[in-house]
Ligand binder design. Sequence first.
Ligand code: GMT
Length: 374
Amino acid sequence: MKIGIVLYPTFGGSGVVATELGKALALKGHQIHFITYSQPVRLGSFRENIFYHEVSVSDYPLFDFQPYETELASKMVDVVRNEKLDILHVHYAIPHASAAFMAKMILRSQGIEIPFVTTLHGTDITLVGKDPSFEPVITFCINESDAVTAVSQSLKDATYEHFNVTRQIDVIHNFIAPSIQKREGLDLVRLKYAAIDEPILCHISNFRKVKRVEDVIRIFEKVNAQIPSKLIMVGDGPERYSCEQLARKLAICDRVVFLGKLRDTAHVLEISDVFLLPSETESFGLAALEAMAESVPVISSNTGGISEVNKHSFSGFLSDVGDIDDMAKNTIQLLDKETLAQFKVNALAQANLFSLEVILPQYENIYRNLVPNS
Ligand code: GMT
């Protein structure tokens, strides 16, 4: 099948899922055409069956705001027509599903029928979607999609709750991408960050407000007071500065390392003992799944879809949003040597429920239902 994938190419979870999905489909022999404004972070080097079409936004002086959605729709029309695509799969409702609808209508006027699948990832529904000014467009483009998927049951429920959506939504969870090559000499790498008996706690995100990164620092301060440890913070975003300030104020900055944005976050997870994800809202929590796939148990909030991936008292612990005392208490409990060893095994077992082998066929079924003769 020839599939066009439209995504945000940045460090966000939706872009990671869309890119890894495309790479996995390409390995199975599908021809994949990524359409977006810059090379997706996880795309990597030359691969068979993968093509990338860049949407360039012209800088016309008359416009205060450049019309990305229009340029994207035009690019979709061009790629569908010239590459003879069978289907479009857009990740994120706005502006991708609305641009796909426009492209579909333009192509129909030229005698070409193209179905499009919309995958809802979360912030399009839970945050952006709650801004009433977006509501009519989001409702319309979800209802006009030929198939809609959501990354958790929780997100599916939220979509029905906040929008007048009449079409069926299928839940297809996030999945684990094929793992990276394990590094040699991990113990030596680990020693660069922590003493031999010091646990390493880790957080990876885009440091948006919704991630509650200051909670990460406060949880760590409490844990470190009982069990001397290290905290590795990966990523960057609007809350990074206040987080660094907080670490200084609490006089723990010699125990906290801010690494900034990294492509291969799995290398940090390999040397970590516990992953912290205290988010305000999280439709699924891909970062938690990626941690568990590296045998790292997760201390998280119990919001949104996180409880569909992190199992309380098995792969980690869940607490109410903002309950840093409970999260610190759970982390200390988890750092007991035997408990940690058991939870590491459990975390990997839990992550394996979301393997590519389980999830990929669910997307292929959706495509096949819409393009039966390909
Ligand atoms: O979490 C982010 O800030 C990025 C965001 C995105 O839209 O790219 O991630 C969302 O999609 C991921 C992939 O489906 C989910 O695993 C994340 O939970 C979700 N983020 C939120 O709901 C905050």
